[in-house]
Design a protein around this ligand. Structure first.
Ligand SMILES: Cc1cc2nc3c(=O)[nH]c(=O)nc-3n(C[C@H](O)[C@H](O)[C@H](O)COP(=O)(O)O)c2cc1C
Length: 329
């Protein structure tokens, strides 16, 4: 449990939520997280999400598992975008998508590093997420037809989740630290690692020269008993000691959650499921509503905590359970 420590009698007649990330100005520290297959939520998929994010001046990280071609997303609106990457056993698939992302104006590669294999998702197993539907809406977005055909007939006899079977045939479980060099050799874009939850890995990442870290446990969908990200944020922030920006995702549902993450040292937060719920409920307007609701709540929290700018939010504005225990010693 984290409590806020509001300060009073501060002039909060103007609140400025703007911040920067990798030199890019953002209206607020709230970012759309990469989530796959938006066509499950809306027939036009990621293009709609991107338009909504652009209308709210919000950075969107487009998923490698997008159900729309990255070119379609790039041409749908003029906004700041990063591209999330999975590394496939067939490295050429990943390399091609990185090159296309760079060509179409994505400003950073967010390499997801917590998914050497797909976690056990019992609902997918139970529902038998159908492979044919999945392939129909997902793989064409790659625009790589040879790849599509080479994977069209996998897993038909698999008795669990087709998604899991697909992932185990495609994701490269041998991906390791030395492959950051490989990624750097194929792109000049900054590289952010998404899925770090320990100081040790954060230090490795900084030593390898990455440009940012996302403290993430993949929305707690990969590994049971992985820590809540807010509980390990400070460990990572301390390990990195300002060398690169640290972002956080997982469970950000209110402006107060954004505020707590910033107070513990995050530069910004990413939001996953709420965006999908907004997209499914009301399309572009739904996504806009979710972003605006979070921005409005953050703005109010900043006012009530006596922090008129993002820089004014400090560690002293939040109290963790650890703080309480230490104060009793
Ligand atoms: C349906 C769904 C699909 C996701 N797809 C991806 C993905 O393609 N790539 C990725 O790096 N993370 C993916 N994630 C994880 C999110 O980027 C993010 O880490 C997580 O959802 C944040 O937590 P929140 O949903 O509680 O906000 C996905 C999450 C969900 C719920």
């Amino acid at each position: 449990m984290h409590r806020l420590r509001p300060r009073i009698l501060v002039d909060v007649s103007k609140i400025d939520m703007s911040t920067t990330l990798l030199g890019y100005k953002m209206q607020s520290p709230i970012i759309v997280a990469p989530t796959g297959i938006h066509k499950y939520a809306h027939p036009e998929g990621e293009v709609v999400t991107a338009r909504a994010a652009a209308a709210c001046n919000t950075l969107m990280v487009l998923s490698f598992s997008s159900s729309r071609k990255l070119e379609d997303v790039a041409s749908s609106c003029n906004s700041l975008r990063f591209y999330q990457l999975y590394v496939y056993k067939n490295r050429e698939v990943s390399a091609t998508l990185v090159r296309r992302a760079e060509k179409y104006g994505f400003k950073a590669i967010v390499l997801t590093v917590d998914t050497p294999r797909l976690g056990r998702r019992e609902k997918d197993i139970k529902n038998k997420c159908p492979l044919s539907f999945f392939l129909y809406i997902y793989l064409p977005s790659f625009g790589l037809f040879s790849f599509y055909f080479s994977y069209s007939f996998i897993a038909v006899n698999f008795c669990g989740s087709d998604l899991e079977a697909f992932a185990s045939q495609t994701l490269d479980p041998s991906l390791c630290w030395k492959d950051i060099e490989w990624l750097r050799s194929i792109t000049s874009l900054p590289i952010i690692l998404k899925g770090i939850t320990t100081a040790e890995d954060a230090i490795n990442a900084v030593e390898l020269g990455v440009s940012g870290i996302v403290v993430s446990n993949h929305g707690a969908r990969q590994l049971d008993y992985s820590p809540a990200t807010i509980s390990v944020l400070e460990e990572v922030v301390k390990a990195v000691s300002g060398a690169v920006p640290v972002l956080l995702d997982g469970g950000v549902r209110r402006g107060t959650d954004v505020f707590k993450a910033l107070a513990l040292g995050a530069k910004a937060v990413l939001v996953g499921r709420p965006i999908l719920y907004g997209l499914a409920a009301k399309g572009e307007n739904g996504v806009k509503s979710v972003i605006k609701m979070l921005q409005g709540e953050l703005e109010l929290t900043m006012a009530l905590c006596g922090t008129p700018s993002i820089n004014a939010i400090t560690r002293k504005h939040v109290q963790t359970e650890g703080d309480i225990l230490r104060s009793l010693l």
